[in-house]
Design a protein around this ligand. Structure first.
Ligand code: FES
Ligand SMILES: [Fe+2]
Length: 350
């Protein structure tokens, strides 16, 4: 990397990355997806187990994503060599035995709470207990909207954007950012592997969307509180409650007269210039209403489109280079902590 903005760290490999929505992979057709520069093929066995292999046949490197899923594995449709879910060759046409040393790289995979996670590093280190819990996925009081963005920017810039509340009143003037939010401070606490950030806006007019669904008669107390899990998963509580109802002292999900949301954003590098951005946004109101699910989806995507335009423009600028050395401001505290933590991990891993 030629610029310090992108030079903070190499991508961490020994971790779980969100690689697909469960409904994207099936036993009918393989899915090709690139993650951390590795070309992957994703599919399900006929009994529904997700499988992630390198998208390379161990015969002559044709993509397995052009192959055929069969009982017991996937068959390369160039010369018909077949590989089991562990990547081991199980059949070679016109040859009595398979090849004991012929195998495709396998990536550990876990399907959990509506996410497909793959471990991109040493499979011996894959620990499923490190995957983020998402209890909202199993609770009928919360309804999800979800989406995906393919961002033409380095993952660290996309992560910075999520870790930074300073941009809300400027990038999101028309969506989630109320102008007066710029004046409220953020409490940032470093964790062992991530950061906790709490930001409350007390006694303010509700943002446009919160007002449209909450129909507040006066000012609100609003909040954005998140936990960041290295390398790049954000678990965010947000919402608005009528001022004077003590929202700040109550746990999320129990606030009187409030519209509340829980959001998980999972960032996965495709390569150094592209990022897969998966998100789920649960709400605690009107949970049976599909129109509301669409409306929340549209609102989240509208806000993210604003972020995407800025971050992609920033990525292009950074790639073009500059003599200027960028300087941190107070609002960068959370992202600075995360960048330090990632830099430490990437040097110890490699
Ligand atoms: S390249 Fe796959 S079978 Fe030959
Ligand atoms: Fe944003």
């Amino acid at each position: 990397m030629s610029n310090t903005i992108l030079a903070g760290h190499d991508f961490i490999r020994d971790t779980w990355y969100m690689v697909a929505w469960p409904e994207e992979i099936s036993a009918d057709k393989p899915l090709a997806r690139t993650v951390l520069g590795d070309d992957l093929v994703l599919f399900r066995t006929p009994n529904g187990q997700p499988v992630v292999l390198e998208d390379r046949c161990a015969h002559r490197l044709a993509p397995l994503s052009l192959g055929r899923i069969e009982e017991g594995g996937i068959r390369c449709m160039y010369h018909g060599v077949k590989f089991g879910p562990t990547g081991q060759c199980v059949e070679i046409p016109a040859q009595p035995q398979g090849h004991p040393n012929m195998c495709v790289r396998r990536y550990p995979v876990v399907e959990q709470s509506g996410f497909i996670w793959a471990w991109m590093g040493n499979p011996d280190n894959a620990d499923p207990t490190r995957i983020i819990a998402a209890p909202w996925a199993h609770d009928s009081r919360w309804a999800p909207s979800k989406g995906y963005l393919h961002v033409h920017a380095h993952m660290s810039l996309v992560a910075d954007n999520l870790l930074d509340f300073g941009h809300l009143p400027f990038v999101h003037t028309n969506t989630v950012g109320a102008a007066q939010q710029a004046d409220f401070s953020t409490q940032v606490t470093a964790l062992t592997e991530g950061v906790q950030t709490d930001r409350w806006y007390l006694d303010v007019p509700a943002s446009r969307f919160h007002q449209s669904v909450g129909r507040f008669t006066g000012n609100v107390d609003a909040w954005h509180c998140f936990r960041w899990h290295l390398p790049a998963v954000m678990s965010l509580d947000s919402g608005s409650a009528p001022t004077g109802t003590g929202a700040r002292e109550k746990p999320h999900g129990t606030r009187e007269g409030a519209v509340e949301f829980h959001h998980i954003a999972a960032l996965t590098p495709q390569d150094a210039d592209h990022t897969h951005y998966f998100w789920i946004h649960w709400r605690n109101f009107d949970v049976e209403n599909p129109d509301m699910t669409d409306s929340v989806h549209r609102n989240v995507m509208a806000a993210f489109a604003e972020d995407q335009a800025m971050v992609e423009a920033q990525h292009r600028s950074v790639r073009r280079g500059s003599q200027t050395v960028p300087k941190a401001i107070m609002a960068d505290k959370a992202l600075t902590i995360v960048r330090h933590q990632l830099a430490k991990q990437s040097t110890s891993v490699d």
